[in-house]
Design a protein around this ligand. Sequence first.
Ligand code: UDP
Ligand code: MN
Length: 422
Amino acid sequence: MKSTMKGPFQIFSSKTKTTLANYRITFFCLLITVVVLRGTTTGITSTPAPMQQLEQLPRQKLALELEEKARELVEEKETEWDPLVPFQLGPKISNWDEQRAVWLHNHPGANMTAAGKPKVLLVTGSQPKQCVNPMGNFQLLKAMKNKVDYCRLHDIEVYYNLAHLDLAMNSFWAKLPLLRKMMLTHPDVEWIWWMDSDALFTDMTYEVPFENFDNYNMILNGRDDDVYNKKSWLGLNAGIFLVRNCQWTLDLIDVWAPMGPKGQVRYGFGKVLAEALSDRPEYESDDQSALVYLLNKDRERWGSKVMLETAVGLHGYWVMLVERYEELMAKGKPGAGGGEYRWPFVTHFVGCKPCGKGGDESYAVDRCLKHMERAFNFADNQILELYGFQHDSLSTEAVHRVRPESSDPLELMDQLKLKPKV
Ligand code: UDP
Ligand code: MN
């Protein structure tokens, strides 16, 4: 790994970057000092009149904001990974399958649900700080409720992460230290299911056929031809996937993660990926491209255990789906039936950044939020049906009753499509 890492680093002058970052920090610190000093001087020399006090508020707010910004810059710089140090997420573990087998021997049945199915843990999460856009926070809450509802119906455990477990692995790379940690601390769990915060379940009844995955350790939505022949970084979607809790997955994470640490390493691998893959621009490395790269680099080791699926629909591209929900409601049905009107299992809002300031121009935040709301309500109707309610339309949180209250509620339960877990 080390020799491949060296090449791209020479392209970037680390000195120039460090000096620039230092200037930025010094400038911010100076600015804060000026703003704060001006504020305190007025405060000390005379007791400010009410009007003056009001005038000081925006200045104090500005000082706080600048202080926060300077702290972020320092943090950002301090958490850049030193490219001379090989990156590792933890001590090397080579006998996880044996360790787990012993644990399971001592805890018989712990890896099965009450219905005798393999235990699954859905792992998701979002940035530790609140969103810049308050609507982003609300959207994250709804997306979490959506996942909790699905998991409750299908006896799947959920973990929502809000912490950066490894400071060098921020943004989309944050999932790798988290998944490793989840595997090692949940030996009872057979499958870990990563799901981006911007993905929603839109078919609440569909069950993933885990029994079809016996020969595989990782399942993602994608196509062999796009990944192995076209070498396209869009040949699979790494926003939602299943991994088996086993040594193979630990080994994959061990070679995958070193392409992600913040700073020169991430930029360096961005260049490697741009050269190796067919249609990828030369920006910093991302986990999805890195996975496509690894599958091509050693198809036998990695590719033979990775199932690229289209039938399950672990990921569905929102742009192709969100305008069709009404038609699907009228002509299709949940549970993977209905042919061309099949309800999408998952709708993933790739490219939408409702939590941040903007996003790619084609995915304006308003458009994203509008359709996230529609996707949420489409799924929520399937839950509310159980309780006798429906949204007035997919665009409103308002609901109405669809059947009168019953004096024989338990009999009614048998007629419902969604039966609560017993
Ligand atoms: N994420 C996280 N912690 C962070 C930032 C991101 O867990 O600090 C997760 C979050 O679940 C998010 C995912 O990483 O959905 C990937 O980002 P995003 O969905 O915005 O990427 P896209 O699907 O648009 O490529
Ligand atoms: Mn996503």
